[in-house]
Design a protein around this ligand. Structure first.
Ligand code: NAD
Ligand code: GLY
Length: 363
């Protein structure tokens, strides 16, 4: 079925620029994909949950090519080097060469793993992102961060490697459960807080529509999120500066995910609590007013996300886990904090006692 309407954004990276197509029914629009597939060899990487839902539809649109599939187990706990190797096994078994193309069909776990496989198979082959969760549509599929987890730290093994195209079929959200939808909203809220206060206000007014899966509201939130992210990545692809702002809430969030065991708290849930913790710390530093902190917490709560870390992780444990963050430089923890809604900054200039107070909040 042809999509009636779709929108295209461009992530501007010179000769590595790529389109982000957003709209309903795009999985079946082969003409959007084909220009980005260098040869006949295509490996679709997906998982056992998504395959029965969308694999056949995608394969049908790639008719005439040598399309193989690699179906991984489903879950954050499988985002590791051992499972990654299965992608290489499939590529080598099928004698895929340097002209091949990998297609990630799934959420952020599949996207991150497929991208990393593409970055390292024969020192780099083409790949396309087809994100199917809200979180992956608004964040992980755009910008080229790829990788896997290590038992000692989240996303610690990886590469910057850009896809050739991102195809967002908004209809795939129809099969996503409510908990996963909320997890994606955490990353959407993040953009408003970083540098888009108008979007934050829009979210305050439209969160109910998003939770009710209003197609127009979701498409708008996805497009605005991708546009915000694309602008940051175009300016700082390898995170030497402002891209670190996209990690708002993530230092706290990654500590929660790692500490609880991968897969226990969803990434977006951990980010939701992490955003509130970053806002709480900012308020304690006098950078965010109490009224603004209340707005942040209210929006995260309305999105049906946690606003506090889990009881199982006492402050000392959170501190240890936060010390493994990729933003740590020369042993110093740096955090993304807020100087008002829509004004994030990366800083190591916060009081340790204030951080302790944030970590010690009553759960
Ligand atoms: P996920 O990939 O685990 O997907 C969530 C669940 O939804 C899975 O069970 C999946 O099988 C299922 N699913 C996916 N699409 C579906 C659909 N359309 N219908 C029904 N079920 C569906 O989780 P996620 O939230 O998409 O991604 C989280 C991962 O993304 C984390 O590993 C995180 O580190 C990573 N991430 C990466 C970046 C980046 O810039 N690369 C940014 C944010 C997050
Ligand atoms: N999700 C953070 C980034 O892409 O930089």
């Amino acid at each position: 079925m042809m999509s009636e309407t779709f929108r295209t954004l461009t992530l501007d990276l010179g000769d590595r620029s790529y389109p982000i197509h957003i709209g309903p029914g795009l999985l079946a629009q082969a003409e959007l994909l084909r220009p980005h597939i260098p040869s006949r060899q295509v490996m679709i990487v997906t998982n056992e949950t998504i395959a029965p839902l969308y694999l056949d539809r995608l394969k049908a649109s790639l008719e005439g090519l040598q399309v193989e599939e690699c179906i991984l187990p489903d879950g954050e706990e499988y985002k590791n080097l051992e499972i990654l190797n299965r992608i290489f096994d499939r590529l080598l078994e099928q004698r895929f060469d340097r002209g091949c193309c990998l297609i990630a069909l799934g959420g952020g776990v599949i996207g991150d793993m497929t991208g990393f496989a593409a970055a390292s198979y024969q020192r780099g082959v083409a790949f396309i992102q087809i994100p199917t969760t809200l979180l992956s549509q608004v964040d992980s599929s755009v910008g080229g961060k790829t990788g896997v987890n290590h038992p000692l730290g989240k996303n610690m093994i990886g590469a910057f490697y850009q896809p050739r195209c991102v195809l967002i079929d908004t209809e795939t959200l129809d099969t996503l459960d409510d908990r996963q939808l909320s997890a994606g909203l955490a990353e959407v809220i993040k953009y408003g807080l970083i540098d888009d206060p108008g979007f934050f206000a829009w979210l305050e007014n439209n969160m109910d529509l998003l939770l009710a899966r209003d197609a127009g509201a979701l498409a708008y939130a996805i497009e605005r999120s991708c546009a915000d992210k694309a602008a940051v990545v175009a300016a700082d692809e390898r995170e030497s500066g402002m891209r670190a702002l996209l990690n708002l809430g993530h230092t706290f969030g990654h500590a929660i995910e790692t500490g609880m065991g991968y897969g226990e708290w969803l990434h977006g849930e951990a980010v939701g609590a992490g955003i509130c913790m970053a806002a709480d710390l900012s308020c304690r530093m006098g950078w965010l007013s109490q009224a603004e902190l209340d707005r942040v917490i209210a929006l995260v709560r309305t999105a049906r996300l946690p606003v506090l870390p889990p009881r199982q992780l006492p402050p000392q444990r959170l501190r240890e886990l936060m010390a493994v963050d990729k933003k740590v430089l020369a042993g110093k923890l740096r955090l993304v904090l807020l100087k008002g809604i829509g004004h994030a900054l990366v800083t190591d200039r916060f009081d340790q006692s204030v951080l302790d107070a944030t970590l010690e909040q009553v759960r």
